[in-house]
Each structure stands twice: as structure tokens, then as C-alpha cells.
Design a protein around this ligand. Structure first.
Ligand SMILES: Nc1nc2c(ncn2[C@@H]2O[C@H](COP(=O)(O)OP(=O)(O)OP(=O)(O)O)[C@@H](O)[C@H]2O)c(=O)[nH]1
Length: 199
């Protein structure tokens, strides 16, 4: 992680920056998860073009943690540039739609790609089955968790729509790096990045 110090009356206060990249098929809800986490809201968002960028700052007892969230486009035409976005990531959320089995297969392919680019200790990978509110249309059942267990990934099912376990995903990822819990949100930022668009 990047570590900078800020000086407070109590002395230097470390701050850590973690880059989290969201990968997955189009329309699985990557942008909606980022939007829910950062803005605590759910709304129709335009399909991502290239990549969107979000920032979330958390104050822990002993340090400030900043999440840089890179939300990649799921459309096929952007796949060839995705490696530019996940480069140097500390964590990847491989998102699929629990009501669409094909998107689960695509998440597995993403894992293969990351395994070629990162050593196991270099990146935290979480498999995220989104849209749990669509339980009646579920196509992916226990295979998600089984696959994650086999591969040693974090696993969580979420709903950006009903706000089910969205915070928990980011907290689980952060806890793995930081060994600290709970994370408390104190500030929200949405800076534009030259390389990315902001929804
Ligand atoms: N029911 C339900 N719909 C969701 C959920 N999350 C996202 N959606 C819907 O799924 C569609 C796609 O959501 P996005 O967040 O744009 O998906 P994305 O993965 O970022 O899509 P791309 O930008 O094309 O890669 C939208 O119609 C969302 O409203 C969810 O948790 N439940």
C-alpha cells in the first residue's frame, strides 16, 4: 500500500491507500455496488465507458484508510484495456449476477487472468454474487461459494439494490489488509480522474 503520514496534535498519523478494482460482465452491477458503497444510494446508471473512479476515506483508530475504487466497463469492447485498470491493484472484486450463470463463468475467467498477472500474496480477490434481491430468478446457487472456497477467495453475496452486504464486502477486503475492524466511514469524495469518468 501507499503510506503517507499526516501530523496531528497527537503526533504523526499513518494513512494507507488501497486500490480496489471491480471486474465482471456488463450489467452485473459493478457501478451500482460502488455507488451504493460510496453514496449509499441506488439509481439507474449509464453503462460504464472505460472506467469510473470513486474514493472512500475511512478513519480507523490507528490510521486513515483511503479506498480508490476503479469500476471497469463490462462491455466486451473495453476488455482489451482492462489490464491498464487492474495494474497495481491491492484487491479485485470479481462480480457476477446470481440470476445469470454466464456472468459467473466470466468471473472465473477473470480469476484466470489475474492469476497470470499477480502472485497470490500480491492481491486480495473477492468473488461477489450480486443481485440477491432477485432470489426467485437465481441461476447460481452454491457453486459460487464452493468455487471461492476451492480457490481461496473471499466470497460474499450482495444486493446493491437492497443494500445487502455491500459495506461488508469492502470491510472484509480491508480487514484482510489491515487486520482492523470495524471500519468507520467519515468522509466521501468523488474526484474526477483524467483516465476515468465519474458516474
Ligand atoms: N435487481 C437488481 N438490479 C441491480 C442490482 N445492481 C445493479 N442492478 C441493475 O443492473 C443493471 C446494470 O447495473 P450497473 O451497475 O450499471 O452494472 P455494471 O456491471 O456496472 O455494467 P457495465 O457498466 O455495463 O459494466 C442496472 O439496470 C441496475 O439497476 C441489484 O443488486 N439488484
Amino acid at each position: 500500500w501507499a503510506q503517507q503520514g499526516t501530523v496531528t496534535p497527537e503526533g504523526p498519523r499513518p494513512s494507507h491507500t488501497y486500490k480496489v478494482v471491480l471486474l465482471g460482465s456488463m450489467s452485473v452491477g459493478k457501478s451500482s455496488l460502488a455507488y451504493r458503497y460510496v453514496k449509499n444510494d441506488f439509481r439507474e446508471l449509464l453503462p460504464t465507458v472505460g472506467c469510473s473512479f470513486f474514493t472512500q476515506i475511512l478513519e480507523l483508530d490507528e490510521a486513515t484508510v483511503k479506498f480508490e475504487i476503479w469500476d471497469t466497463a463490462g462491455q466486451e469492447k473495453y476488455q482489451s484495456v482492462c489490464h491498464l485498470y487492474y495494474r497495481d491493484a491491492h484487491a479485485a472484486l470479481l462480480v457476477y449476477d446470481i440470476a445469470n450463470k454466464q456472468t459467473f463463468s466470466r468471473a472465473k475467467l477473470w480469476l484466470e487472468e489475474l492469476e497470470k498477472k499477480f502472485l497470490p500474496d500480491e492481491i486480495v480477490i473477492a468473488l461477489v454474487g450480486n443481485k440477491t434481491d432477485l432470489a426467485a430468478e437465481r441461476e447460481v446457487t452454491t457453486e459460487g461459494e464452493d468455487f471461492a472456497r476451492t480457490k481461496g477467495l473471499l466470497f460474499m453475496e450482495t444486493s446493491a439494490k437492497s443494500n445487502h452486504q455491500v459495506n461488508d464486502v469492502f470491510m472484509a477486503v480491508g480487514e484482510l489488509w489491515h487486520g482492523s475492524s470495524p471500519f468507520i466511514v467519515t468522509e466521501m469524495l468523488l474526484p474526477a480522474s483524467p483516465a476515468c469518468t465519474t458516474p
